[in-house]
Design a protein around this ligand. Structure first.
Ligand SMILES: Cc1cc2nc3c(=O)[nH]c(=O)nc-3n(C[C@H](O)[C@H](O)[C@H](O)COP(=O)(O)OP(=O)(O)OC[C@H]3O[C@@H](n4cnc5c(N)ncnc54)[C@H](O)[C@@H]3O)c2cc1C
Length: 368
């Protein structure tokens, strides 16, 4: 039976748009589905580093992303009473962070994938079933505006985030897991005076973290990460509790009072840690559906974009007949672990308690 597509990708944000663009560049026929309409926001703060820059450059959208938000060249740190500012280090020396709201970043990525002639993108398209032939995934069922559709492909990629329908259906084995350790809440502010650089700011007080990032549209993102034991209480008055949390950081108190919050306070206490086996017969997982980390370390976008780039190469090798499925997917998983394991382990360890990390940072700089 002739397949309708070479690849179906469910989810069109960081992981899904990137993997689809790179497969489209190679001429593969991709059906890309997302239940969202773009531009639209998603629950996520959004600072990222050179691994994402590398992938954005591969897509030829890095300059466009640079044009919307400032490069954050310094890291301003307040750690339990000690203050130090350092240049942001990249892989090859001084670098920067970027912080671009998801409504902006995801729209750039979706507009990029729209340029690929062999990728058909459907927004407002909800995938709800995975089709099997014997034990192999062969397609999905999806709906849009009340109509039902069936599509087949040689591989179905779940780039559909933490509540992935593809992962639910294929039941991947778990490689590593970690319970939910922290909650995060955030909001955007106008007229917030940034530290020179401009700087990304990290404020630690015991096992609590607040970060501050100038972002696009002249806004500043302020976010607080607290132990999960406080989540039940925090969510009852997220607005008031975020304010208390921000004002409890001495280097922020005055500046926050001069600033004006724009939009609602958002957050969650439901992000665990896991690494899942990311492939099986006829399917693959990428981005948060394959691996997730507590947001305190702000690594999800670097992880999702890098894994998407690696997966696109592996799927292309297989589709173009250069390697069998198992071999290319095992290589994908090897590279993924090589890139991610240290970050995954570090994020899970310090999500339990940030203090061993901050104590070591102070010691390294001669403060204690
Ligand atoms: C509070 C919070 C703060 C964070 N802060 C940061 C940070 O500062 N820096 C950082 O790098 N990372 C951060 N992250 C993590 C980051 O958001 C994720 O790692 C990243 O979004 C993963 O991208 P993704 O493409 O895999 O999934 P997502 O961005 O979740 O995209 C999944 C897409 O799949 C679609 N979808 C889902 N189900 C279906 C379906 N059945 N049919 C069709 N479409 C479907 C959704 O509509 C969505 O568009 C944070 C996360 C949270 C929760």
């Amino acid at each position: 039976m002739e397949n309708d597509h070479d690849v179906i990708v469910v989810g069109a944000r960081v992981a899904g748009s990137i993997v689809s663009t790179l497969l489209g560049q190679k001429g593969h026929r991709v059906l890309l589905l997302d239940r969202a309409r773009f531009p639209s926001d998603t629950l996520s703060t959004h600072f990222f580093r050179y691994p994402t820059f590398t992938v954005l450059d591969r897509l030829r959208v890095l300059d466009q992303v640079y044009s919307v938000a400032p490069k954050l060249v310094n890291s301003f740190n307040y750690v339990d009473g000690h203050v130090f500012t350092e240049p942001v280090e990249g892989q090859d020396g001084p670098s920067h962070y970027l912080c671009v709201r998801r409504i902006t970043l995801d729209e750039i990525l979706v507009n990029r994938v729209r340029k690929e002639a062999t990728v058909s993108i459907h927004e407002n398209a909800h995938a709800d079933e995975v089709l099997y032939e014997a034990s192999r995934v062969i397609g999905v069922r999806w709906s849009k505006e009340g109509k039902r559709f069936t599509a087949t492909a040689r591989v179905v990629i779940g780039a559909d985030g933490v509540n992935s329908i593809v992962a639910k259906k294929v039941q991947p084995a778990i490689e590593n897991s970690e319970p939910v350790r922290r909650a995060m809440y955030y909001a955007y502010y106008n007229h917030f005076d940034s530290q020179p650089g401009p700087a990304a700011e990290f404020h630690y007080r015991g096992n609590r973290l607040v970060y501050v990032f100038p972002t696009d549209a002249d806004l500043t993102l302020l976010a607080a990460s607290v132990p999960i034991e406080e989540f039940a209480q925090f969510r009852l008055n997220a607005e008031g509790n975020l304010k208390v949390e921000l004002e409890s950081m001495p280097e922020l108190r005055d500046r926050i009072r001069r600033a004006e919050r724009v939009g609602p306070v958002k957050g969650t206490g439901s992000i665990p840690g896991y690494q899942r086996v990311p492939f099986g017969p006829g399917w693959a997982l990428v981005g948060d559906s394959g691996q997730i980390l507590d947001p305190w370390s702000g690594q999800g976008i670097d992880q999702a974009s890098t894994h998407a780039s690696m997966l696109a190469d592996a799927v292309d090798q297989w589709l173009s007949g250069k390697k069998p499925w198992e071999e290319s997917m095992k290589e994908f998983n090897r590279l993924r672990h090589q890139f991610s394991d240290k970050t995954y382990e570090r994020t899970c360890t310090f999500a339990r308690d940030l203090r061993p990390m901050t104590e070591a940072a102070l010691k390294k700089r001669g403060f204690v």
